[in-house]
Design a protein around this ligand. Structure first.
Ligand code: RIB
Ligand code: CA
Length: 315
């Protein structure tokens, strides 16, 4: 199992992805990078440090990444994740500190041990693109790059065709998808199948250590409230946890290959995934493996099981 470098914008579902990754025995999280996205990168970095302290893993290094997209203005999602980025949760501040320069740290790790690390990117792709711009070809030195982002055959969630992570930094997404990295994409098509209801969250966290259960219930209360009041559905989507889960157990999804390009100029479509499905021998865009289907019940059980049985950091 390759050691994981998590690149995230915590964010509630990012936090759930980190908690699951640290609780799943086969996961080896070796570094966390933060990026401007759901919240500003300083708040995201503080949240990452607090989460690692909560999970008893202050030993895992945190690298603060880019403060803004390569082009344009940052998009925020405080209306979903709350002003703190972690819903209603109140985590104690951490005594840990973060290093800066996530993209340089990523390059150093990938160059020093090629084909060793997998990257799980669940925020805008600014850090990865910056690494590739400063060190061309470096992303191909990752074993695999799992990206939560985009929409293939379903509507977007921030524009009619665009998903938050890719719309937040279309140029970065284009650079990453045009690189020689081995990318596995986890789009809204499949993450929307991983919706957890409030009752399932409560039931799933029974006999979970109180401090973890209380955190997760408080953190998820904000996106769930929004889901109920603004979008009319019960629960929230586990976009980022599903991506982390598939990075260690890819066989938990059905994968299809699509030829993908990222629209970077469109007034209404910037950040959209453009798929070339024409029946002809040559297609535009790199062939990318895309997760398109899961067994929801099985994956929800796999999400809750390690968290429920977690009894402190692995020694
Ligand atoms: O569109 C969902 C993605 O955008 C998730 O990663 C969520 O955390 C936000 O970053
Ligand atoms: Ca995220």
């Amino acid at each position: 199992m390759p050691p994981l470098i998590l690149d995230m914008d915590p964010g509630v579902d990012d936090a759930l992805a980190l908690v699951w990754s640290l609780a799943w025995a086969e996961c080896d999280v070796c570094a966390v990078m933060t990026v401007s996205g759901n919240v500003d990168v300083d708040l995201g970095t503080s949240n990452a440090l607090r989460l690692l302290a909560l999970m008893g893993r202050p030993d895992i290094p945190v690298y603060r990444g880019e403060r803004r997209p390569l082009e344009g203005e940052p998009i925020r999602a405080a209306h979903i994740h709350g002003g703190t980025g972690l819903g209603e949760a109140q985590l104690p501040s951490s005594t840990g500190t973060a290093d800066s320069g996530a993209s340089a740290a990523l390059s150093d790790r990938l160059r020093s041990e090629p084909d060793r690390y997998s990257i799980v990117a669940v925020g805008p792709l600014t850090n990865l693109a910056t690494a590739e711009l400063n060190d061309p070809g470096v992303l191909a030195k990752a074993s695999e790059v799992y990206v939560m982002g985009g929409a293939i055959h379903v509507p977007g969630n921030v524009t009619p065709t665009g998903e938050f992570n890719l719309v937040s930094d279309p140029r970065a997404a284009s650079i990453v998808f045009e690189s020689n990295a081995t990318i596995r994409l986890v789009p809204l098509d499949v993450t929307r199948k991983m919706r957890v209801t409030q009752a399932e969250m409560k039931e799933g966290l029974t006999d979970c250590p109180a401090e973890i259960r209380d955190f997760l219930m408080a953190a998820t209360s904000t996106p769930m409230k929004i889901g109920r009041e603004k979008y009319g559905y019960d629960g929230m989507y586990l976009h980022d946890p599903l991506t982390a889960m598939l990075s260690v157990e890819p066989m938990w999804a059905e994968w299809e290959t699509f030829h993908i390009q990222i629209e970077t100029q469109g007034e209404f479509t910037h950040g959209q995934i453009v798929v070339d499905e024409r029946s002809q021998p040559v297609h535009q865009g790199k062939p990318i493996q895309v997760a398109m289907d899961i067994d929801r019940r099985k994956l929800l059980d796999a999400f809750f099981q390690p968290i429920r049985s977690w009894r402190g950091a692995k020694k």
